[in-house]
Design a protein around this ligand. Structure first.
Ligand code: PA5
Length: 466
C-alpha cells in the first residue's frame, strides 16, 4: 500500500503542526463522504446539478469498481474484455502503434507506459516484448519535424518489421474535435491509406471518443472494427482508468486488471481507513495547510525515478486544470531526481520560501541492484564504495536532500510506492485524483471543467480562418 510520511513537514514555524492537521482533517473527511453520497449518487441518478457545481464529472470515482465488477461477473463483452481482446488483435496484426491525443487524452497513457513498461520498450525486439507493439505518441503538439519524421519512420517498409511494416492508429479525443489530434489523425490516416489501402483502415484504426462528435462520425465512415467510448461523466484528466489509458496500456501488455484493483483499493482506503492513517486526507491536509499558512504557492512533485516523470506531468495537468481557477491554486511542478538536483536544487535550498516538496519514492526496484564494483587501478577512487548499490546511492541522495532542506526550515513530505508496477500506480493515480477533487472542494473551487483553455482555442480558430 502507498504510504504518505509528513514527519519532515512538522517543522514548527515554517511547517505545519499535528494539531493543525487534526483540525482540518474532519472537514476533508466530510467532503470525501460527500463525493460518494452526494456527487456520485447525483451523477448516477441523473439529477440536475446546480450551476455552481456544474460540470460534475464524478463518474471517475467508482469507475475502477464498475469496470472490475462487470469484468468479473460478465467477462465476455465487458468493457475490460473488449479492451484486452482488441489489444491482442492489434498485437497479432502490427508491431507499431501511434497513439494520437493531447492533454487528458494523452498524458495518462504516456504515464502508464513510462512507469510500468520496460524502460526501453521500443528498443526491444518483438520477441523480447512478447509481441506487444512499439508505441509512439503524436497529436500532443503541432511540431512539424517530430510528426514528419515519425511518418517517415512508419513509411519504411522494412523487412525487419513484422507483417510488412503494418502499423496502427489509436486516436483518443473525448470531444472528437481537438485541432491537434484531428490534424494528426488526418495525416496519419492519409499515410496509412497510401501504404495499405482504404480497406485496411477499419482494422488498423481504433478510436476512443465520445458517443457523438466529428471523430465518432469519422469512425462510422471508416467502419472501425473496434472503438471505445470515453465514459459519460469522466473528464479528460480523470480518464486514465477508462479506455483512454487502459487501451494503450493493454496494447503494451500491461496488467490493466491489477491497475484497476490498485485504484479500487485506494477508494476503499479513503472510505474506511481512520483519520490519522488516511493517506488521501493527510496528503490534502498537509499540502493545503502549507499553502494557506506558509504561502507555498509552488507545489513540487519530486520524483526519484526516471520512470515516474510522465506520472508527474500527468499530475501537473490534473492539479493545474482542476484548481487553477478564480486567480487561485498552487502551481504544480515536477522535478526528476537526482537529475534536477543539478539544475533546480540550488533554488529549492536557498530561493524564495514559496515551495512545498512532495517526494515520490519507489521502495522496491524492479530489476536486480547494480553495484559500483571494484576496479584494479581505482583511478576514479570509487573502490571505497565498491559494495554500494544504486538503490543505496538513491536512498542516500533522498535522505541527504531532505536533511539539507529540513535543516534550513524547508519542509518536505514523502509518498512511497511499494514498486513502480500496475497495482501501485493504480493506487497512486486514484489517490491523486481523489486528493485533487477534495482539495478543490475544500477551496470552494469546482475541480471539474477547464473553462480557461477555451479562449486560446477560439483565438487560434479565428487566426487560422483569416
Ligand atoms: O483534461 C481535459 O479535459 C483536457 O486536457 C482534454 O483532455 C484535452 O483538451 C483533449 O480534449 P479531447 O479529449 O476532447 O481531444
Amino acid at each position: 500500500m502507498i504510504q504518505f510520511d509528513y514527519s519532515n513537514a512538522l517543522l514548527g514555524a515554517t511547517g505545519v503542526s499535528q494539531k493543525q492537521i487534526d483540525g482540518i482533517v474532519p472537514q476533508l473527511e466530510s467532503i470525501a463522504t460527500d463525493l460518494w453520497e452526494r456527487d456520485l449518487a447525483e451523477f448516477h441518478a441523473g439529477n440536475p446539478v446546480s450551476a455552481d457545481r456544474s460540470p460534475l464529472d464524478a463518474a471517475f470515482l467508482d469507475l475502477p469498481e464498475r469496470l472490475l465488477t462487470e469484468y468479473d461477473t460478465r467477462r465476455n463483452g465487458s468493457e475490460l474484455d473488449r479492451i484486452i481482446k482488441t489489444a491482442r488483435r492489434i498485437r497479432e496484426s502490427v508491431d507499431r502503434v501511434v497513439v494520437l491525443g493531447i492533454g487528458g487524452s494523452y498524458m495518462g497513457a504516456r504515464a502508464l507506459m513510462d512507469s510500468c513498461a520496460h524502460p526501453w520498450h521500443n528498443e526491444l525486439t518483438r520477441a523480447e516484448r512478447s509481441g506487444w507493439p512499439r508505441m509512439y505518441f503524436e497529436g500532443n503538439n503541432v511540431d512539424n519535424d517530430c510528426c514528419q519524421s515519425l511518418l517517415q519512420l512508419f513509411s519504411r517498409d522494412s523487412q525487419e518489421v513484422f507483417n510488412q511494416g503494418k502499423w496502427a492508429i489509436v486516436v483518443i479525443s473525448k470531444s472528437g474535435g481537438t485541432i491537434e489530434t484531428a490534424s494528426a489523425l488526418r495525416v496519419f490516416l492519409r499515410q496509412l491509406e497510401n501504404q495499405f489501402g482504404a480497406s485496411a483502415l477499419s482494422e488498423l484504426v481504433v478510436p476512443v471518443t465520445g458517443t457523438s462528435g466529428k471523430l465518432a462520425e469519422l469512425a462510422d465512415a471508416i467502419g472501425c472494427l473496434d472503438r471505445f467510448d470515453v465514459p459519460e461523466g469522466v473528464g479528460g484528466r480523470f480518464s486514465i482508468l477508462s479506455a483512454v489509458g487502459l487501451l494503450p496500456a493493454a496494447i503494451l501488455g500491461l496488467n490493466i486488471v491489477s491497475l484497476l484493483r490498485g485504484a479500487w483499493m485506494m477508494n476503499e482506503h479513503l472510505r474506511s481507513v481512520p483519520r490519522g492513517e488516511n493517506v488521501v486526507l493527510n496528503y490534502v491536509a498537509v499540502n493545503q495547510l502549507m499553502e494557506s499558512l506558509r504561502g507555498t504557492a509552488i507545489r513540487i512533485l519530486s520524483v526519484w525515478s526516471k520512470s515516474l516523470e510522465s506520472a508527474g506531468l500527468w499530475y501537473d495537468q490534473l492539479l493545474a486544470e482542476s484548481i487553477g481557477k478564480q486567480e487561485r491554486g498552487v502551481m504544480p511542478l515536477t522535478v526528476v531526481n537526482t537529475r534536477d538536483l543539478h539544475s533546480r536544487a540550488q533554488q529549492h535550498q536557498e530561493g524564495i520560501r514559496n515551495k512545498f516538496i512532495n517526494n515520490l519514492v519507489v521502495d522496491t526496484w524492479r530489476y536486480d541492484s547494480l553495484k559500483i564494483g571494484e576496479r584494479s587501478g581505482n583511478e576514479d577512487q570509487l573502490n571505497d564504495l565498491k559494495d554500494t548499490t544504486w538503490p543505496m546511492l538513491m536512498s542516500a541522495a533522498i535522505q541527504g536532500t531532505d536533511q539539507a532542506y529540513n535543516s534550513d526550515g524547508r519542509p518536505t513530505a514523502t509518498i512511497t510506492l511499494p514498486s513502480a508496477n500496475e497495482h501501485a500506480m493504480g493506487q497512486l493515480f486514484q489517490m491523486l485524483m481523489l486528493a485533487t477533487v477534495i482539495e478543490g472542494r475544500a477551496m470552494g473551487i469546482n475541480p471539474y471543467g477547464q473553462p480557461g483553455v477555451e479562449l486560446y482555442k477560439q483565438n487560434m480558430k479565428r487566426i487560422l480562418a483569416t
